[in-house]
Design a protein. Structure first.
Length: 340
């Protein structure tokens, strides 16, 4: 019997192997004379002169991939799937669908190159990932707390709604980002693709025990630190902002979901402080504010997201409440008329 744990390891191995395949086929990827950098929102890896087909293949691939995964999530929820150690039929289909579109995207890059980047801002791709990370912080508040193991009680109801619908949001964030980029073989692209492959495996294993594995979900959160830092090292001098910023999320929140004892926790805190002292004694203490930018933004967005969800809940509740009252009123009037 194929268990969800075996499927998870199979998905991880596939992710590494396919990333290696992208690198091996790098010679087949078109060599493009890219346009010069135009500033903050510039994305380098796109054709200077796109055609109908370069756009159509990227957008049709994305939309088919997106609809297929949303359909599987809807099917699983509609049929009230339970968490199991094995695989549901829709898990097997989801793994196959993701593997198929991963292969198609590689072929699309080789023959047409462009991704969605030709038509949408890089901020939309980055924003989709940030939304996913912030939603994870919100959902996990009830299990591990938000600040040093302390749970924020008034986030509970918003977190419940986020857990119910997060599959649709995460599937959009991952698949949209996946099709945003052509399958280039640079280190930044390869790291990004293996991370999105991991996330696709996680989404494919919905309603299984592997989907809830705390160490696996931690790897998915923590991988942002590795990817963000290495890309920053390649492209600019802001790597400490990404390294210490995402590491702060681990220190303040993520490690409290791993069941570590106090000695491990204090060890990580001491290591973090020592790292800051070593790096900024050379970098300059006037730049130390870099380390709080990412965590401050993400924690603020947790409360903003919770508020937005709460407002939507109130609006939906108000509308459905009025509808229910109208139906009861009509039902009562009909009963009275029948009595007359």
């Amino acid at each position: 019997m194929l268990t969800s744990s075996k499927a998870l390891w199979g998905g991880i191995i596939f992710s590494f192997l396919f990333t290696g395949l992208i690198w091996l086929l790098r010679g087949a990827i078109p060599q493009v004379d890219f346009l010069p950098d135009t500033g903050f929102e510039h994305y380098y890896w796109k054709l200077p002169e796109p055609t109908f087909w370069t756009r159509a293949t990227a957008w049709s691939g994305y939309l088919l991939h997106q609809v297929a995964m949303w359909g599987l999530i809807y099917y699983a929820q509609k049929n009230k799937a339970k968490y199991t150690n094995g695989l549901h039929r829709f898990n097997i289909i989801a793994l196959g669908v993701n593997a198929l579109f991963i292969a198609l995207h590689l072929l699309q890059t080789i023959f047409f190159y462009d991704g969605l980047a030709q038509d949408v801002s890089i901020l939309s791709s980055q924003g989709s990932v940030i939304l996913m990370l912030v939603m994870i912080l919100l959902m996990e508040n009830q299990r591990r707390g938000l600040f040093f193991g302390k749970k924020i009680g008034f986030l509970k109801e918003s977190a419940r709604v986020a857990r119910k619908y997060h599959g649709y949001i995460f599937a959009w964030a991952v698949i949209y980002t996946f099709w945003y980029h052509p399958m280039e073989s640079s280190l930044g692209h390869l790291l990004g693709f293996i991370y999105t492959f991991f996330l696709m495996v996680q989404g494919s294993l919905m309603f299984t025990r592997a989907h809830l594995n705390k160490w696996w979900t931690f790897v998915l959160e923590f991988s942002v630190l590795v990817h963000g830092t290495l890309v920053a090292v390649q492209t600019n001098t802001m790597w400490p902002m990404f390294f210490f910023g995402f590491a702060a999320l681990f220190i303040v929140t993520q490690m409290y979901g791993l069941g570590l004892n106090k000695y491990w926790r204090w060890g990580f805190i001491a290591s973090y402080i020592a790292g800051v002292l070593v790096v900024y004694s050379g970098r300059g203490w006037e730049n130390v504010n870099e380390i709080v930018r990412i965590p401050v933004i993400e924690y603020l967005l947790v409360f903003v997201l919770a508020l937005i969800i709460w407002l939507i809940m109130r609006i939906v509740g108000l509308f459905t409440g009025r509808t229910s009252r109208r139906l009861r009123s009509r039902s009562g009037s009909g009963a009275a008329a029948a009595g007359d």
